[in-house]
Design a protein around this ligand. Structure first.
Ligand SMILES: [Zn+2]
Length: 107
């Protein structure tokens, strides 16, 4: 099994990720550094809205993981913004679909 955080090394353990109800496979270097999967950090940050609005511990996890994976915080924030925009667009599309269904049902 490959480490889900760096996606480079062989995984040595599966452990929970702080603040997120998931467990991921870690290699020893990622466990030692506190490197987490960027997809999980991005998704959970997008649920809050902006990195600046998250807890300091979460921001530390993001800073460590971005640094370890060669990503800038500017890149991370831009990705969060893109995900938030996509979620908002899909929410409105789903609302339109729901409104159309209600019209068809005579609601
Ligand atoms: Zn790793």
């Amino acid at each position: 099994m490959i480490c889900e955080c760096c996606v480079i090394h062989q995984a040595h353990a599966v452990a929970s990720m702080p603040s997120v109800p998931i467990s991921v496979a870690f290699c020893l270097p990622c466990l030692a550094v506190g490197n987490y999967p960027l997809w999980a950090l991005l998704a959970n940050t997008a649920c809050v809205g902006r990195l600046e609005d998250t807890a300091e511990d979460w921001q530390d996890m993001v800073r460590r993981s971005c640094a370890y994976q060669g990503k800038s915080l500017e890149w991370f924030s831009a990705e969060v913004g893109r995900i938030v925009s996509k979620m908002e667009r899909e929410m409105y599309e789903n609302n339109d679909t729901l409104a159309l269904k209600q019209d068809n049902w005579g609601c």
